[in-house]
Design a protein around this ligand. Sequence first.
Ligand SMILES: [Fe+2]
Ligand SMILES: [Fe+2]
Length: 193
Amino acid sequence: MELTKKNIENIKTWLKNNLDEERYKHTLGVASCAEELALKYDLNPKKAYIAGLMHDCAKCFSKDVSKSYFDKVDILEEEKINYKTWHAPIGAFIAKTEFGIDDDEILSAIRWHTLGKINMTLFEKIIFLADKIETETRDCEWCKCNRELLEQENGLNKTLLNCYRATLKSLCERNLKICKLTVDIYNNLLDNI
Ligand SMILES: [Fe+2]
Ligand SMILES: [Fe+2]
């Protein structure tokens, strides 16, 4: 799919019809933040904008609808534990089949934006991060502190580590299970700061 203005407008219309208001607002925030981070790290800003726009496209699907995609997507067994993570592999599938997005960088960034993975590419990292630090719906202080971290030496990995730390803390506090992959990524980031 060509990333034309008309296509972007089509995607936005689809998202408006398939997301709730808050999620749509977050989506626009992630798209802008991804574009900004792409410019900062010399990546393609248009591709980053599209990945940001599409990253949560399957977030508001019901549990039943989401489950109906299980045999079509590459969902991990441990991802099946937590309903909140299902929209990432399903979202990549929707981006490809509904919108004809065939760019592997965009599809992979959507696929891995919730759990992340070890040794993410720079493009995957900025989409993951944009999801956490967009300023439309995320807490102001949280965004400010991460943006300061980002300016430090090896700032990208330090900021990612900070996000994983917050996720682990929040999962513990809510008595929720932690995927082994999340712990592995955390440990790997600790080795790379
Ligand atoms: Fe998401
Ligand atoms: Fe998101």
